[in-house]
Design a protein around this ligand. Structure first.
Ligand SMILES: [Zn+2]
Length: 77
């Protein structure tokens, strides 16, 4: 599928958080503010003191954003 190449730009490889994947899944239905398509892939995750930080990437254009414990951190939005 090619999405594995996105890991190189991620925070951390997914294999460090493999046991957490069932919580949120690998895909997020959310409208992309850049291209308007719906659907993001989880590209990286890491545990921090306030929760799980997850990096998502748009399936269509590659636009990325970060959530912390399922709260969207949109400092640039
Ligand atoms: Zn997009």
């Amino acid at each position: 599928m090619g999405w594995e190449s996105l890991l190189t730009a991620g925070i951390e490889p997914l294999n460090t958080g493999a046991s957490k994947q069932s919580d949120m899944g690998m895909e997020l239905e959310r409208e992309c503010p850049n291209c308007g398509e719906t659907g993001f892939w989880r590209t990286a995750s890491m545990m921090i003191h306030i929760g799980e930080k997850v990096k998502w990437s748009c399936n269509e254009c590659g636009y990325g954003f970060v959530t912390i414990d399922e709260t969207v951190d949109t400092a640039t939005a």
